[in-house]
Design a protein around this ligand. Structure first.
Ligand SMILES: Cc1cc2nc3c(=O)[nH]c(=O)nc-3n(C[C@H](O)[C@H](O)[C@H](O)COP(=O)(O)OP(=O)(O)OC[C@H]3O[C@@H](n4cnc5c(N)ncnc54)[C@H](O)[C@@H]3O)c2cc1C
Length: 526
């Protein structure tokens, strides 16, 4: 089959050959392009489906939502995932980083992963549900009189449940972990799924598709190097924790007995963790002393003259920004500019619009920290950590911090909470690393997957098939907010447009858009 022919799909599972045991063979692992015969010889059953999306999180969800609204039949789509609900992995990270359902997120009213039109936005829905004008007043006056409106986590999850039911999310799901995506000789892709043990006769199943889409989120938790070293050297995962991993024991212990906790990082997660620690003092009688260690201490606005006069405000260590990238990145002049930049210049600009640690400027957080500073339960320190070791009696963990004046101070703490982030490098993810090694994918100057403006993974074409990606793995590409609700929708829109241009789905023109929106409003099942 040459690149100009279309692939035909039988929709039937191809019978495994008697030769192989249904697992990957050395030959398959070592070969970049697979033939149907190679897969059959390994005894791996093949299932034909034109479009597969890997991950099953919010990125996969908005992609499928777009395709269904663009008229793709349900049997043409499969979601390969370990999740039941698209927000499961996200909700888990939110809970650990102290954003339970009742707390507000960090995206604006119209960033609605359940609704491609962004209307009615969350502020309107909240106003109607709670019979109050407050959310609307908030949106009209933000960010001058009020802080930015952001929806509650639970409201977003409920809305996604509704849309998932409407598009019949469960029918696309195939459970398991995806091991690799390889190009098929003759066009398209093989996506190898390892289903849960005992659910299939063979260890692997191959999904043979025309197109594939990858939205696998963050590869792993990321620790600061000194904290990683401490955890490995002393095998202590209790006193030094990452904000994104379960660490409720820290708050429980600090409520039982007074103690010092060190917080590292100055982004939104650090804000959340500090809020929880102060809330526990305010409402549960905790006597926690908080030591906040900064490496970069921001106390005056900063920017990059190269890109204009815009500056990010900063005070008392914190840099402030409403969202993870500037407002103009979502649909304004920063989005336009990014489309024109390449290489290092693009990397620098992305750093300008969103790089480094920053947090929303919220009144309640600032009040807590101001009170903490005045009452002495919130203290700040600045410096570079040289080493982290257990105290002699083992009751605490001691950080050796070199200050600006060159002196080293020891800071003992009962716990250290690392709020600095998640691992984004594709090399740390087995599936993405395999793409780099065997499917022609390369990295952009930011070290993530190099993608075109249609979010096709460059170098991985298998004509007439294409491989697309969205989410954190595509940071550094032609859109600044790729790892956000709106970013996932923007990318899904670019991918859908590319697919529509190839005739894979219909165009969502004015007529279709209005009629599909009416269906959304009436909650008509698709
Ligand atoms: C704590 C936190 C708060 C955030 N808050 C906001 C916010 O307020 N507003 C906003 O707009 N954005 C926010 N984001 C950013 C973004 O919206 C989320 O990260 C979103 O979940 C990204 O969706 P995703 O599909 O890329 O990843 P996920 O939702 O994480 O889904 C990826 C899924 O792929 C699975 N997977 C990985 N590898 C494989 C494999 N080999 N086989 C099968 N499955 C696999 C993972 O297990 C995971 O379930 C936040 C992110 C975090 C971490």
């Amino acid at each position: 089959m040459d690149g100009n022919e279309t692939i035909t799909f039988s929709r039937r599972a191809a019978a495994p050959s008697a030769v192989g045991a249904g697992d990957l063979t050395d030959a398959l692992v070592a070969t970049d392009y697979w033939t149907d015969q190679m897969v059959a010889d390994a005894g791996i059953p093949m299932i034909d489906v034109p479009f597969v999306t890997v991950g099953g999180g919010i990125g996969s969800f908005v992609m499928v939502d777009y395709l269904r609204i663009a008229g793709v039949a349900p049997e043409k789509i499969k979601v390969l995932t370990q999740l039941d609900k698209p927000y499961e992995a996200y909700a888990h990270l939110c809970r650990n980083s102290q954003i339970p359902g009742g707390e507000r997120l960090r995206s604006d009213s119209s960033a609605c992963p359940d609704n491609i039109w962004g209307f009615p936005a969350y502020a309107i829905r909240e106003a109607v549900a709670e019979k109050t004008l407050k959310p609307l007043w908030n949106v009209f006056t933000e960010p001058v009189i009020k802080d930015y409106y952001t929806p509650r986590a639970a409201a977003v999850f409920r809305a996604m449940d509704r849309e998932a039911a409407r598009i019949g999310w469960d029918r696309y799901l195939e459970k398991g972990q995806v091991r690799m995506v390889r190009r098929r000789a003759g066009g398209g892709y093989f996506t190898i799924l390892t289903p849960p043990q005992g659910t299939t006769r063979t260890k692997r199943v191959a999904y043979r598709s025309l197109h594939a889409h990858i939205a696998v989120g963050y590869p792993a938790l990321r620790f600061l190097p000194d904290l990683q070293k401490y955890r490995e050297t002393y095998n202590d995962r209790t006193r030094v924790v990452n904000a994104y991993e379960p660490h409720e024991h820290v708050y429980e212990e600090l409520r039982r007995r007074p103690g010092v906790v060190m917080v590292r990082g100055a982004g939104i997660v650090a804000s959340r963790i500090l809020q929880r620690l102060v809330d526990d003092r305010d409402h549960h009688g905790a006597q926690t002393l908080i030591l906040h260690l900064f490496r970069t201490y921001r106390d005056r606005p900063y920017g990059d003259r190269h890109f204009g006069l815009g500056k990010r405000p900063a005070r008392q260590g914190w840099a402030y920004q409403g969202f993870n990238v500037t407002k103009a990145t979502w649909g304004g002049q920063h989005r336009k500019k990014l489309l024109t930049l390449e290489g290092e210049e693009r990397k620098k600009f992305i750093n300008y619009i969103g790089g480094g640690a920053h947090t929303p400027n919220r009144v309640d957080w600032k009040e807590q920290l101001k009170r903490g500073t005045m009452q002495g339960f919130y203290r700040q320190a600045v410096g570079v950590v040289e080493d982290v070791v257990p105290s002699e009696d083992g009751s605490s963990v001691v950080s050796m911090v070199r200050g600006k004046d060159g002196t080293v101070t020891e800071f003992p703490a009962k716990f250290i909470i690392d709020c600095t982030g998640l691992e984004g490098s594709p090399r740390e993810h087995r599936l993405l690393a395999d793409l780099l090694g065997h499917s022609g994918a390369t990295t952009n100057p930011s070290g993530r997957l190099d993608c075109s403006q249609s979010f096709e993974v460059r170098g991985s074409q298998s004509p007439p098939g294409k491989l697309y990606a969205s989410g954190a793995a595509t940071a550094g590409s032609y859109y600044g907010g790729v790892d956000s609700f709106l970013g996932l929708q923007y990318v899904a829109q670019r991918i859908y447009e590319d697919l529509a241009a190839q005739g894979f789905c219909k165009r969502i023109g004015p007529g279709r858009s209005v009629s599909e929106w009416m269906k959304w409003m009436r909650n008509t099942p698709l």
